[in-house]
Design a protein around this ligand. Structure first.
Ligand code: IPE
Ligand code: IPE
Ligand code: MG
Length: 238
């Protein structure tokens, strides 16, 4: 358990390529190792009583990487999804959700996402959200498109729009905002991760690359989070 409520943690899983390069391995090796580490980190979060986990796995900009790397990442997603479907156990009580512009993936990947989401529907204890072909700007753009269409269809009026309404049009509808966002590899930027939702998140930027982000690193992140003074714009009561 953590000292301060830490209900939702976000990970920007960065540094697979640099991790591999340092070892004289290929970027593909880095992505494979990163995928393995993902399972370890998720289990560690669950053990610490964190119920919402959101992972930045592939950004809309990542489509512009060289074709062989994009191809390899697609193969890994396929494998990861197939394994998750095969290893699915109802007692794990994890709800998977994939967010982003999933239309850009091949049909088989889209089908696997839907199958896994279907298997987990109604699960409530843990929520694992994976951002694929995602960027916050693209998410907001798609939300605006849906809202405008609903306005044309007479389902919503401009004066009815509140911050909650906007949240509910986003891919993350129903999820609490992240409390803590961890980006590995030392880069201190969001690269489009949860732009709207991160409004009051705390940030932690460890130097370690994602494939070697360990349980001890997670504990360091939580410890740092516990020292933060989350004022939410108010004045601290002494
Ligand atoms: C993160 O690692 C994985 C993805 C963005 C898909 P990178 O591939 O960005 O690794 P670096 O930043 O080049 O080291
Ligand atoms: C951000 O990492 C996206 C993911 C981790 C999926 P990038 O490596 O793509 O980000 P930049 O290019 O360094 O900003
Ligand atoms: Mg990177």
């Amino acid at each position: 358990m953590t000292d301060k409520p830490l209900n939702h943690i976000g990970f920007i899983m960065d540094g697979n390529g640099r991790w591999a390069q340092r070892r004289g391995l290929t970027r593909s090796d880095g992505h494979k190792e990163g995928a393995k580490n993902l399972k370890r980190v998720l289990e560690a979060c669950q053990k610490r009583g964190i119920h919402y986990m959101t992972l930045y796995a592939f950004s809309t900009e990542n489509w512009h990487r060289p074709e062989p790397e994009v191809h390899l990442l697609m193969t890994l997603f396929r494998q990861y999804l197939a394994e998750a479907i095969k290893e699915f156990k109802p007692e794990n009580d994890v709800q998977f959700r994939f967010i982003g512009d999933r239309k850009r993936f091949t049909k088989d990947i889209q089908e696997r996402m839907a199958t896994l989401e279907g298997l987990c529907s109604g699960k409530e204890n843990y929520h694992l959200t994976v951002c694929l072909s995602y960027s916050g700007r693209d998410e907001i753009k798609r939300a605006v498109q849906k809202m405008m269409q609903d306005a044309i269809d007479g389902k919503i009026k401009p004066e009815d729009v509140t911050e909650n309404t906007v949240s509910n049009y986003l891919d993350t509808a129903g999820l609490p905002d992240p409390d803590l966002i961890v980006r590995t590899s030392g880069e201190q930027r969001l690269s489009g991760f949860l732009l709207w939702q991160a409004s009051y998140a705390e940030f932690y930027f460890p130097k370690v690359h994602w494939p070697e982000f360990s349980e001890a690193d997670l504990d360091d992140a939580i410890e740092a989070y516990n020292t933060r003074d989350r004022r939410f714009g108010k004045v601290k009561v002494a």
